[in-house]
Design a protein. Sequence first.
Length: 138
Amino acid sequence: MKNYRKELWFDVPTRRALINITPQVEECLKESGIKEGLILCNAMHITASVFINDDESGLHHDYDVWLEKLAPHEPVSQYRHNVGEDNADAHMKRQIMGREVVVAVTNGKMDLGPWEQIFYGEFDGRRRKRALVKIIGE
């Protein structure tokens, strides 16, 4: 069995962002040479997420509004975690959106549905962050 590992790095200038990383993960799959197996892609920060969904701007807006209703950033004083910090909401948003995805690989291609794309969700940006791509198989 072969394995492959690569970190994808992001410079996110805003507090929150959704970044389509499908092309980078596809490139990792090509680099790996693996034709049959599994891809694990996970956020390596506790205030970020990796998830699969549609790459549609209306949906991205709806996510932002929905997440802000569930875990509003302000007032920052509403969270105990925010003593000396201001990112408690980002931890909660990550919990909702999830840490990782696993995608099957068949004939050297990711088994994604017609509209499925892989996203890195950043909820406490403004500094360098990363996601891990790990691929195992033959």
